[in-house]
Design a protein around this ligand. Structure first.
Ligand code: C2E
Ligand code: CA
Ligand code: CA
Ligand code: CA
Length: 276
């Protein structure tokens, strides 16, 4: 029995070591990924449910890894968040989103580009100045840019966030709360912070056609948001039943595989042409 226990421990040691080696390897590779131009922003359309038109697109990062191929954000953003790397990557995201917004506008479409900010980035003192300088460099209309921020950071660092969001909205950008409903129980921030919309997390949308609790939650969230003058975006919409429920309950817009997966910028341009 003693021997068995030891070998189990050894096995755990080994797998923990392998996992941390993997993290170190990714961290190492991430250091050169920006300068090697290995990142790419994909776009996923957000459809206005009344107009049935693409009004916005979420920018979602992908890593074109020289050996592994396309690596999704779930596999490297949490690692980048452990260090300053997220600031570097985040800056790349901001600059790229500005370029994309301008590029699409030059093709004759007014589509807002929303970008994800990680908590560390939001709390970085230089964020606003960096953002503003890129807006100037690319001469992009701030109204064509949106920031997505998760609930946690809004609740934790209220006064820092309040200042940042006020500046961001003063120049004409908009702000949405990402993954709404998954983070915090306190809703006080919704009435205090300058926000434009909330994105209902896909876990509430998934079973909406059959689950009465999810139906009740989503209806209540939409009503509450509207009473607070906030727009509502449903995430993870995959089928027509979900879409029908959301439309019927006056959700403002929707995003999900039903319309499109996240796609490359050129493909996105094709898609908007078909939708017009
Ligand atoms: P998120 O911000 O909640 O983004 C939505 C995720 O849901 C995306 O995964 C998207 O591909 C996926 N999705 C969209 N529609 C559907 C659907 O109908 N069904 C299902 N099952 N999933 C759908 P993705 O691209 O893998 O991104 C995962 C997360 O990585 C994002 O979650 C976000 O938290 C983070 N992320 C992505 N890009 C960036 C970025 O540029 N910066 C930062 N800081 N985080 C990012
Ligand atoms: Ca998001
Ligand atoms: Ca989300
Ligand atoms: Ca999410």
């Amino acid at each position: 029995a003693k021997k068995g226990k030891n070998s189990t421990l050894q096995f755990y040691d080994q797998s923990i070591k392998e996992a941390s080696d993997k993290v170190l390897e990714i961290e190492h590779e991430l250091k050169t990924a920006v300068t090697n131009n290995e990142f790419e922003l994909y776009l996923q359309p957000i459809v206005d449910l009344e107009q049935r038109r693409i009004v916005k697109a979420e920018a979602l990062i992908r890593w074109n890894h020289p050996q592994k191929g396309i690596v999704g954000p779930v596999q490297f953003i949490p690692i980048a968040e452990q260090s300053e790397l997220i600031i570097t990557i985040g800056k790349w995201v901001i600059e790229s989103a500005c370029k994309i917004a301008k590029y699409i506008e030059q093709h004759g479409y007014k589509i807002k580009i929303s970008m994800n900010l990680s908590p560390t980035q939001v709390l970085d003192d230089n964020l606003f100045n960096f953002l503003y300088s890129k807006i100037k460099t690319y001469n992009v209309e701030p109204a064509l840019l949106e920031l997505e921020v998760t609930e946690g950071v809004l609740v934790d660092d209220y006064s820092v966030i309040d200042k940042l969001l006020s500046k961001v909205r003063a120049i004409g950008m908009s702000v949405s709360v990402d993954d709404f409903g998954t983070g915090y129980s306190s809703l006080a921030y919704l009435k205090k912070l300058p926000l434009d919309s909330i994105k209902i997390d896909k876990s509430f949308i998934q079973d909406i056609a059959t689950d009465d609790n999810d139906k009740a939650i989503v209806r209540a969230v939409i009503a509450m948001a509207h009473n607070l003058n906030l727009g509502v975006i449903a995430e993870g919409v995959e089928d027509n039943e979900q879409l029908h429920f959301l439309s019927k309950n006056l959700c403002d817009s929707a995003q999900g595989y039903l319309f499109s997966r996240p796609i490359k910028v050129e493909e996105f341009l094709q898609l908007i042409k078909e939708y017009q």
